[in-house]
Design a protein around this ligand. Structure first.
Ligand code: APR
Ligand code: PHB
Length: 389
């Protein structure tokens, strides 16, 4: 088989890139290790920046997001028994859309099926070959048979555990990492959200977040220990702990119901450089991970895809390789700013097990400064709604 761009991974990054390329008549094949149902079973964050929303529109899959997504003009930051609103619309004239990543993935899969572009699910043992030559190839197994795809370029959109980043030699790749000493325990529940907007709460017992998927469905999180297991946390225990970390008004408005999803996620910051090696590009979680505080994971995947889509389209339409050569530096410049923002939000809002009295005082001062200074709130707002592409 031959294609122009072989895409590894059918997560949001791979599917979005595929859809944008297909729209421009650039041939692509997606290889995915799992089944489509498995990919749709993963629950992730659900805050979409304007830039990412525009890109979904450009890919022709934004209609349901605009119909069903909730426009949020701000967030609330809670500490010391009080909530403080950060008004994005007033501070930076922008808002975000709350719409689950699972739904985005579904919309992209349906768009791809409608466009008739090929996705090979349950592709096993994917391997990349000759990525520094002119004729790269991708091999995989399907139903016991070996296959090979010849292509011009390979887009590694296969997430943190994928094969693409590992195909770049150690002598070329540099990684930067911070692992945080806690996790997030999250539940999904069929109950209306606690507030109209997301509440990010800092408490001496640990961080909590009241988010939502719709007017009738809540997504709730509490910071937990890395030793905790999901089985340790009954719904009763979860709600009791959440309520300890929220203000009185939020507790009064919290509607408890049986959770239908419960999981623990570790928190990590990670960046691999460069994001291009020969004819292989990395995009999304394959190149970087952010802690979920600030909801940048999907949005960063979208900005990588934007730069990569522009670069490939410039090459195929105008024959210029300038943006291909600039891809890694352009993507990384934005990645590092989002890494900084997610790290800062995480550091400010969580309880660190070994923090000294001084460090805790610094966190309290940071929060007090944030909600008292229009300059500080503007800085949070412009990062939360998304820095320009
Ligand atoms: N071969 C083929 N496919 C693979 C391989 C492999 N060796 N390894 C991983 N994959 C697939 C995974 O099964 C997954 O479906 O690549 C896909 C990667 O998708 P994501 O992990 O969702 O990564 P990405 O598309 O970059 O999405 C970024 O989604 O993962 C969240 O937090 C992340 O919000 C961020 C956004
Ligand atoms: C979510 O709704 O899952 C969510 C929202 C905001 C975050 C993280 C997760 O910062």
């Amino acid at each position: 088989m031959r294609t122009q761009v072989a895409i590894i991974g059918a997560g949001p990054a791979g599917l979005l890139l595929g859809q944008l390329l297909t729209k421009q008549g650039i041939d692509n094949v997606i290889l995915e290790r799992q089944t489509g149902e498995y990919v749709l079973g993963r629950i992730r964050a659900g805050v979409v920046e304007k830039g990412a929303a525009d890109l979904l529109d450009a890919a022709g899959v934004g209609a349901r997001m605009h119909r069903e997504g909730l426009i949020h003009d701000g967030i609330e930051v809670a500490f010391g028994g009080e909530r403080h609103r950060i008004n994005f619309r007033e501070l930076v004239g922008k808002s975000v859309i709350v719409y689950g990543q699972t739904e985005i993935t579904r919309d992209l899969m349906e768009g791809r099926a409608a466009a008739g572009a090929p996705t090979i699910y349950e592709a096993e043992d994917v391997s990349l070959h000759d990525i520094t030559g002119d004729k790269p190839r991708v091999r995989y197994k399907k139903d016991g048979a070996e296959h090979e795809i010849a292509c011009d370029y390979i887009a590694g959109c296969d997430g943190y555990h994928g094969v693409s980043r590992k195909s770049i030699p150690d002598s070329v790749l540099r990684s930067f990492e911070r692992v945080y000493p806690f996790g997030w325990l999250g539940i999904l529940v069929e109950k209306p959200p606690v507030s109209d907007e997301l509440i990010y709460a800092s408490h001496e017992r640990g961080f909590a977040l009241c988010s939502m998927r719709s007017h009738t469905r809540s997504r709730l999180y509490i910071q937990c220990s890395l030793e905790d297991r999901v089985e340790d946390w009954s719904d009763e225990r979860f709600y009791a702990e959440l309520k300890r970390r929220l203000d009185g008004d939020a507790v009064a408005r919290l509607q408890e119901g049986p959770s239908f999803e419960k999981s623990i996620a570790p928190l990590r910051s990670f960046v691999a450089e460069p994001m291009r090696h020969g004819r292989l590009f990395l995009a999304g979680d394959a190149a970087h991970i952010v802690p979920p505080t600030g909801a940048k994971g999907l949005n960063l995947a979208a900005s990588d895809v934007y730069y990569l889509w522009r670069a490939l389209s410039e090459f195929y339409k105008q024959g210029s390789k300038a943006s291909i050569d600039a891809y890694s530096a352009r993507a990384l410049a934005r990645v590092w700013k989002a890494e900084r923002f997610s790290w800062w939000m995480t550091s400010m809002l969580h309880r660190f097990p070994d923090s000294s009295g001084f460090e805790q005082k610094m966190q309290q001062a940071e929060l007090a400064y944030l909600v008292s200074s229009p300059a500080a709130m503007t800085s949070l707002a412009e990062n939360y709604v998304g820095l320009p592409y």
